[in-house]
Design a protein around this ligand. Sequence first.
Ligand SMILES: [Zn+2]
Ligand SMILES: [Zn+2]
Length: 410
Amino acid sequence: MAPASPSSVKRRCRRCLYWIPVLFISIIVCWSYYAYVIQLCIVSMENIGEKVLCLLAYHFFVLLFVWSYWKTIFTSPMNPTKEFHLSYADKELIEREPRGESQQEVLRRLAKDLPVYTRTMSGAIRYCDRCQLVKPDRCHHCSVCDKCILKMDHHCPWVNNCVGFSNYKFFLLFLAYSLLYCLFIVATDLQYFIKFWTMTLELSAVGNETQSNVHHNRTQITQELSTVDSKMQSSVQHNETQNGLPDTQAKFHIMFLFFAAAMFSVSLSSLFGYHCWLVCKNRSTLEAFRAPVFRHGTDKNGFSLGFSKNLRQIFGDEKKFWLLPVFTSQGDGCSFPTCLVNQDPEQVSTPTGANLTAKSIENHPFPSKPLRESQSHLLTDSQSWTESNGNSEKGTLGMSNPGLAIENET
Ligand SMILES: [Zn+2]
Ligand SMILES: [Zn+2]
């Protein structure tokens, strides 16, 4: 067996390092489980009803949180289908003349039969040099995964995975459930956290009283100290029985659990709020930073179909599955309905759109498989990708963009 080359060893080491943030989160979750279940519920809570209720609710939140986190990490991002890849002959042609007219010809020919409506900033068809394929709409090349990812949102180090079409719903649920998990801990831990500080302040007050008395009357020091000692002991006992914080170990865990949960709640709520806004607008994080370019120009709302349809694109039609980390997103990830039929001067619209849609689907070689019901909804009651592009594809694609160039995205 040949020894591994230095570059492959380096790559493997890098892959291991990518797991460190996931390991960090996992350790924090495991510790929070120990701190909440053992130290707070079992050791510190005295009321049986409160204990049972907190344990049940906690396990409900932690189950959904870990489930959605797991699915976000281990759901492989989807890559463009073989229709978008160049054939062996086309690859040879492009390799022979990487920047020549033949390359433009190949891309034009390929894109003509594909539902590709977005372009590069210069108006060229989007092409990935590394994967040697025409990029579907909303697809981007991830430099970490070294692959083209369908509807790429971003590469998330906290899940060591690309967040894209296949796992965006899981990522959203992961944010939602981790936020709920943290808020639940903050809400139920708060009273114990306050009691801890109250007890600390009381002890501190007793200690100050001691020092003052000793300073004024040194002859009574022994007597004072013994009085104070008994005061402190009784204070501790009083607090322990009253507050339910019987030992310092529990106090330490309860205090840090509260701090950690509060800290994560703040950062998660801003991230979750931002992604809710993106879902409402039907934008990926990348599209929020750089708006997609269509034939008629840049349009940040090009994929937005209205709040309800935008929501259904991610979560699907069946509401009973919305809150579960199971895949229910609409579409195939390669093509997306747009709302641009009335804005694109190259696109022809009909009063109803129905005939045009049917005709376009009939004439279009993509997708080869029948459209799902969820897609049909979008196609019949809104301007779809087939409708918005079917006509213009025939005569204008490629021709209207003489400066066809290669887009390199890493
Ligand atoms: Zn690529
Ligand atoms: Zn990636």
